[in-house]
Design a protein around this ligand. Structure first.
Ligand code: ATP
Ligand code: MG
Length: 300
């Protein structure tokens, strides 16, 4: 009942604010935030699972999915915006699996030049190309028994996609410049911020590889759709930046409310950076005025 009363109070306050600002959109945005915050338990003592902070309904659904799919060997595709926690989910899948204790290796397919990606993943024989001064096992061999996280899979060149598909189908890799194949037992977790279905339609991504990787998709909700987690994340992140800046910092209720209003296009990473910056400026407690001016403008 007190929750209802406090929501009623907030609604009355919001209507008054919107009248003053003359903006219905602002009212809608603030109301959405308020209902998301109200849907996230605050006092249950629950702050997250598997190393991920969150208690909002969409994050609970993600936790359930991690719990269900982690123990099996099926390939998982993680889809989400930048900074939303895709790598943390990949690690959680590994840690919750029977492969825990075996290697977890990550490759960012967008960061490696296309001609090197094959050797990174499958390894190479000495002398197979300029600079290949010694035999080198690739990630598939190094991650044997464990998990290989293929980040930014949507940026993998088509030629490489064909080679990856063959490895996944046959369960063996052939290093560049070698004619011998090696059997590998590796679980694949892939991630992307791109729309792979749309890419398949326009020929940018192989449909057969898409189906192979996407046995299960974990859709990571952007932070603006789980505003109830902002407060939990902020408290957690303030503690971790405290260590970095070397002094105790707290965060005020007004600052938390302001953080809940922002739209967080850069998701949790943006929140982390914002708090790092605010902690440096804050005098013991992060107050509303310690936050970046852009956050204090239009509600998100
Ligand atoms: N639910 C969460 N709980 C705690 N920290 C989080 C959470 N989600 C993300 N983070 C933190 O935010 C930062 C970004 O997370 P991560 O690197 O997993 O995102 P990403 O989706 O892989 O981003 P990108 O697409 O840019 O690679 C990291 O420092 C991570 O620790
Ligand atoms: Mg990432």
């Amino acid at each position: 009942m007190s929750d209802v009363n406090s929501l009623e109070d907030r609604l009355a306050q919001l209507v008054a604010e919107a009248r003053e600002a003359g903006s219905l959109d602002a009212l809608r945005a603030r109301w959405r935030t308020l209902t998301e915050v109200a849907a996230t338990p605050r006092d249950a003592g629950e702050t997250g699972r598997f190393g991920l902070i969150g208690a909002s309904p969409p994050m609970r659904a993600v936790f359930d999915l991690i719990e269900r799919v982690a123990p099996s060997d099926v390939s998982v595709l993680i889809h989400g915006e930048t900074g939303s926690g895709k790598e943390l989910v990949a690690r959680a899948l590994h840690e919750q699996s029977r492969r825990k204790g075996k290697p977890f290796l990550a490759e960012n397919c967008a960061a490696v030049p296309p001609n090197l990606l094959e050797s990174e993943l499958f390894g190479h024989k000495r002398g197979s190309f300029t600079g290949a001064v010694a035999d080198r096992p690739g990630h598939f061999v190094a991650a044997n028994g464990g998990t290989l996280f293929l980040d930014e899979i949507g940026d993998m060149p088509l030629e490489m996609q064909a080679k990856l598909l063959r490895v996944l189908q046959e369960g063996e890799v052939r290093p560049v410049g070698s004619n011998k194949t090696t059997k590998v037992d590796v679980r694949i977790v892939a991630a992307t911020h791109r729309d792979l279905v749309a890419m398949c339609k326009t020929g940018g991504f192989r449909e057969d590889l898409y189906f192979r990787l996407n046995v299960v998709t974990i859709e990571l909700p952007p932070l603006r759709e789980r505003k109830g987690d902002v407060r939990l994340l902020a408290r957690h992140l303030v503690k971790s930046v405290t260590g970095e800046i070397g002094r105790e910092v707290d965060i005020s209720e007004e600052a938390l409310e302001a953080l809940e209003q922002w739209s967080w296009p850069g998701n949790v990473r943006e929140l982390e950076n914002e708090l790092r910056r605010a902690a440096v400026f804050a005098d013991g407690t992060i107050r509303r005025e310690d936050l970046s001016p852009r956050l204090l403008g239009e509600p998100g």
